[in-house]
Design a protein around this ligand. Structure first.
Ligand SMILES: Nc1nc2c(ncn2[C@@H]2O[C@H](COP(=O)(O)OP(=O)(O)OP(=O)(O)O)[C@@H](O)[C@H]2O)c(=O)[nH]1
Ligand SMILES: [Mg+2]
Length: 280
């Protein structure tokens, strides 16, 4: 996919330059390790094709990487499928959580189990085209702190959503406008397809529950630049959606909390690791 139409905020401002990182960023040819987390809940039917396409896309980068499948005890054959692939390719790893659920927590769990400098997340149901991976990683390698696969950036599309889902999604995006940083707004803050520099997250405790980790990162992490790369949200062909009423309620709770954080006078920043378990 071409970069045309990509929503860019990558040119550092004078104040950003003060915080410009030394070492790796001044040597853009030095390739950093990346880790892609794929959270799964009963997605066995999607995994063989997904893993094949993801590995093909990441191999194009000539960069050290690992793929962490974080499964919440699906018991649908996921373990057998990923174990077989991992036997042939040590860059593929499986982490199974027992007695826990939550998409955000699963992604954070994967990130906690890697030492990679570039951290990513994508859905397992092939709605996020793996062929976009090189462009997302290239955005980070060229200096952005955050690269987002965006359905709302010019050139992106929601796919075949019904009008009600479109309306709800647009309303949800609209509600995030006041809490996003004014000079760093993403058009698709609810995307589950993104990469971020690890150093931007360190020291921040994120919620383990819920679906919308990117929104929390946009509001709370130390992001200085971002780039949105448009894509068309695909159709789920196998397995069932996990987006339900609980997810919507959880989004409401997250939003309320982020509004409080953004507009409260006491802006305390937890000092523990970004993956610390945080009570809701
Ligand atoms: N580990 C883990 N993964 C989850 C959990 N909930 C959802 N996922 C995964 O998160 C990804 C996104 O979930 P989806 O159900 O596809 O949500 P969605 O894309 O918003 O909804 P659809 O468009 O209906 O598919 C998929 O890979 C799911 O398997 C969870 O509690 N734990
Ligand atoms: Mg999906």
């Amino acid at each position: 996919m071409s970069l045309a139409g990509a929503h860019q905020h990558c040119i550092p401002s004078a104040s950003e330059l003060v915080y410009a990182r030394p070492s790796l960023r001044s040597h853009p040819d030095l390739k950093e390790k990346l880790a892609l987390v794929i959270p799964t809940l009963r997605e066995a039917g999607n995994l063989p094709a997904l893993l094949r396409r993801v590995r093909e896309a990441l191999d194009l980068l000539g960069q050290s990487y690992e793929i962490l499948v974080v499964d919440d005890d699906s018991r649908d054959g996921t373990v057998d499928i990923i174990t077989a692939i991992a036997r042939e390719d040590a860059r593929v790893r499986l982490l199974v959580r027992k007695g826990q659920t939550g998409l955000s927590g699963a992604v954070l769990h994967g990130w906690r189990h890697t030492d990679a400098a570039i951290l990513g997340a994508m859905d397992a149901d092939l709605q996020h085209p793996p062929e976009l991976l090189p462009e997302l990683v290239a955005a980070i390698s060229s200096g952005c702190d955050l690269a987002i696969g965006s359905r709302y950036a010019s050139g992106g599309a929601l796919g075949r959503w019904n009008p009600a889902r479109r309306l709800l999604s647009s309303a949800a995006v609209w509600m995030t406008a006041p809490i996003q940083k004014p000079d760093l707004r993403a058009s698709d803050p609810m995307s589950g397809y993104f990469f971020v520099r690890r150093e931007c997250l360190e020291g921040i405790a994120f919620r383990q529950q819920g679906f919308k980790l990117l929104l929390e990162i946009l509001v709370r992490a130390r992001i200085r630049s971002l780039k949105e790369i448009p894509f068309r949200f695909g159709r789920r062909s196998r397995g069932a959606s996990k987006a339900n009423l609980k997810v919507a309620c959880d989004f409401g709770r997250l939003l309320a909390r982020l509004y409080r954080t953004r507009f409260s006078s006491r802006r305390t920043m937890p000092i523990e690791s970004f993956v610390r378990q945080e009570a809701d």
